[in-house]
Design a binder for this molecule. Structure first.
Ligand code: CO8
Length: 260
């Protein structure tokens, strides 16, 4: 595949997408968003890909936001369309029927924090920093940040972070429920890939069902969410993986999931 701003590789069932503009701290320009959209589609269409990991090249940044050089030139319509484009691409990560892990190796600011929040969960380096500093540029988050941050950390904390532009470290982000696990910086990628590879060996039917039910259920009332769960639970039993998993347990052996 022809990419200039990202790296895309598939190994052991895991697609690793690396934002690769380290000189601009991996800031998202229109071309990078377009390449991300293509990489997500490639991961969706490739049965060999069972889990996706996003990370940033270099030692400093995951993604330091939308590219401010590009933002500075935009008129209102272009800004609106760029925000919509980013939101569409980030929704494609949420809609991907496979787990997506953000491996946050440094700054995750503005659009970078919004990108990480569009993933299923975040593993962070102990050097990572999170924030929505758009307020310091006279603008607001535009790639879903006001909405996803409020859903993840609560309304008041989200408003505080967006209104002050304050950066928080990985440990604070974990305490807020934004980050699932924090690793020593040097171990982050290896630990994330280890977890992703282990997840790739699990039932992709069940993984898909968990993602769908948690995401859709969060937008619904409890009874509707539980109804979705019961329906998806039944769907798991329509395939071979549920039979294999339960039989392997009773036969005291490791299950081999085929993804049905
Ligand atoms: N865009 C473009 N270039 C950037 C960005 C960025 N977001 N962040 C860093 N860079 C560049 C710097 O300009 C610098 O380039 P150069 O070497 O050519 O001068 C290089 O990366 C290294 O950066 P610094 O020298 O600033 O490195 P420091 O270690 O001193 O500081 C920081 C690191 C704190 C991360 C600092 O670079 C910074 O504050 N960056 C901007 C962070 C930010 O404000 N992000 C939010 C951007 S707005 C956004 O994301 C909105 C999303 C929704 C858009 C909706 C569409 C309209």
């Amino acid at each position: 595949m022809d990419f200039q701003n990202i790296l895309f590789e598939v190994r052991d069932g895991v697609a690793l997408i690396t934002f690769n503009r380290p000189k601009a701290l991996n800031a998202l320009n229109p071309q990078t968003l377009e390449e991300l959209a293509r990489a997500v589609a490639a991961a969706r269409d490739d049965d060999a890909v069972r889990v996706v990991v996003l990370t940033g090249a270099g030692d400093k940044a995951f993604v330091a936001g939308a590219d401010i050089t590009e933002l500075q030139k935009m008129n209102p319509l272009e800004a609106r369309l760029f925000a919509q484009k980013g939101q569409d691409v980030f929704f494609s990560l949420e809609d991907l029927p496979k787990p997506v892990i953000a491996c946050v190796n440094g700054f995750a600011l503005g659009g970078g924090c919004e990108l990480a929040m569009s993933c299923d969960f975040i593993y962070a380096s102990d050097k990572a920093k999170f924030g929505q500093p758009e307020i310091n540029l006279g603008i607001i988050p535009g790639f879903g940040g006001t909405q996803r941050l409020a859903r993840l950390v609560g309304r008041a904390k989200a408003k505080e972070l967006c209104m002050t532009g304050e950066m928080i470290d990985a440990q604070q982000a974990k305490e807020l429920g934004l980050v699932a696990k924090v690793f020593p910086h040097e171990a982050l990628l290896e630990e994330t890939l280890k977890a992703a590879t282990a997840m790739a060996a699990k039932s992709c039917t069940a993984l898909r069902a968990i993602k769908h039910v948690v995401d859709r259920g969060m937008d619904a009332d409890l009874k509707t969410g539980c109804a979705l769960e019961a329906e998806a639970f039944g769907v798991c039993f329509a395939g071979q993986d549920a039979k294999e998993g339960t039989t392997a347990f009773l036969e005291k052996r490791k299950p081999v999931f085929k993804g049905s």
